[in-house]
Structure formats: C-alpha cells, structure tokens
Write a protein that binds this ligand. Structure first.
Ligand SMILES: [Fe+2]
Length: 242
C-alpha cells in the first residue's frame, strides 16, 4: 500500500516528535504492508512555515537513518498545505511542493480548516486550476461545515477536487459523523485516496490495513486496491522516480 499523507518527518510540525518516533512509525508502517510513504508535513502560514528545502533536507536525513535501520519503506516528501490568502504569492514563487501529477497537472494537498469552509475557497480553487494545479482535499469527512451540509462535497467535486479520506475515519475513530460521511462517500464513488494522516505512534499510527479490509467488504477487493495502491501510486510516481 502507498500512504500519501503522513507527518512522519521528525520535529517539523505536530507529527513525529523526534527521529526515534519517525523510525518507530516507519516500522509500524512496514509491518502493516505499507511499501511507499509520502511525508506531508504541514505548511501552515504563521504556524508551520516549512519550506521545500527544509522538507527535502529532513527527508534525506530520515531516508538515510531508515536505511541504516534496515527499514524497507520507500520515502518521498510533499506537504499538506493549509488554505490561506498568502498561498497565491507562494504558488507564483514556486514555494509549494506538489504531491504528484495527474494528467499533466501538478497536484496540491490542500487542507481546509477543521471547523468551517472559509470564504472564497471556491475562487481560490478556480484560480489554482488556471495555474494548472489540481487539488486533493484531505479528510473532508472531518470538516464540521461539511458534516452539517454535504452540498459542500458536491461543490468541491464540481470545482474539480479529488478527495482523500483518513483511514481511521472509516473505522469510526473520528466520531459517528465523520464515519457516516466517509462510508457514504465511498459508496457514492467520491473517494480517490485513503491515507493514514499518521502523526504519532499512540495517537495516530500509520495503519491502513484495517480500513482497506473495511473498504474491500463494502466495495470489493478491486476497488480497495484502486484506493490504497493504484491511485496513490499513479499520483506519486514522479516523486519516487526522482
Ligand atoms: Fe495531515
């Protein structure tokens, strides 16, 4: 399986607190059947001001340490970018890392606030499309505005967004509303990716196998493979080939 959303890099955001935890997370992932992992630290203006060079240096360091430990998980890096008015200038200055490519377009993992849908989100996504940037919305099922009004999902889809669920939402670990929406989106064919959003060994480990089983029971083995292997590999192939 390919995990496209993880906070595995040490001491760079609210994910792994140090190298020891990063390596422990990688071992958990390997045992769970994860072969490829994309580190997606937060870029959240004013809170986590991570740059491409800091992320890449951190990745190279973790890759070397993982190799020394005999861990066999391929690693690449991008970012989970929080929607913010400052992003336009960052896009124009090529300061945001992309999570991959689909049909000749760069793809951005664009995080919405957890509490609400910010004003102008649609205009911003339309502007990104004009810059040849396609958007993946991570964990839409955990946004409280979306939980109370599923119209937002339809609207985001119309804007050309793809969706990535958090694996543990499917298992009910983010509450009933998130689980209900996650399962409904799966049944409606609205999900493109499932990822762990791993942050820590105890709180949010990089485990995908349980959710994959649930998806296979719900939609069949073929569809589970599409969401956990084929789609994420197609998206991130360019990251792992570098
Ligand atoms: Fe995340």
């Amino acid at each position: 399986m390919i995990d496209i959303h993880t906070h595995i890099l040490p001491s760079i955001d609210d994910g792994a607190k140090d190298l020891t935890e990063s390596l422990a997370l990688l071992k958990l992932a390997e045992n769970d059947g994860i072969t490829h992992m994309v580190a997606t630290p937060h870029i959240h203006v004013g809170r986590f001001n991570n740059s491409i060079s800091v992320i890449n240096d951190n990745l190279a360091n973790l890759q070397q340490n993982a190799k020394n430990e005999g861990i066999n998980v391929k690693l690449a890096a991008a970012a989970e970018v929080r929607l913010d008015v400052e992003l336009m200038a960052m896009v124009m200055a090529n300061k945001l890392p992309f999570i991959g490519e689909i049909a000749g377009k760069n793809v951005l993992l664009l995080e919405l606030p957890h509490s609400h849908m910010p004003q102008g989100y649609d205009k911003f996504i339309q502007w990104l499309a004009k810059q040849n940037i396609r958007v993946i919305i991570p964990h839409p099922e955990r946004n409280r505005d979306i939980q109370s009004n599923l119209y937002y999902i339809e609207h985001l889809k119309q804007l050309g967004c793809d969706f990535q669920l958090t694996a543990s939402s499917i298992e009910g670990e983010w509450g009933e509303s998130a689980q209900t929406i996650a399962l409904q989106m799966l049944k409606d064919g609205l999900v493109n990716y499932v990822a762990s959003d791993a942050h820590s060994v105890k709180r949010r480990p990089p485990i995908l196998s349980q959710a994959r089983k649930t998806v296979a029971q719900l939609l069949g083995e073929e569809q589970a493979t599409t969401l956990f292997v084929t789609n994420p590999l197609q998206l991130t192939e360019c990251l792992f080939n570098d």
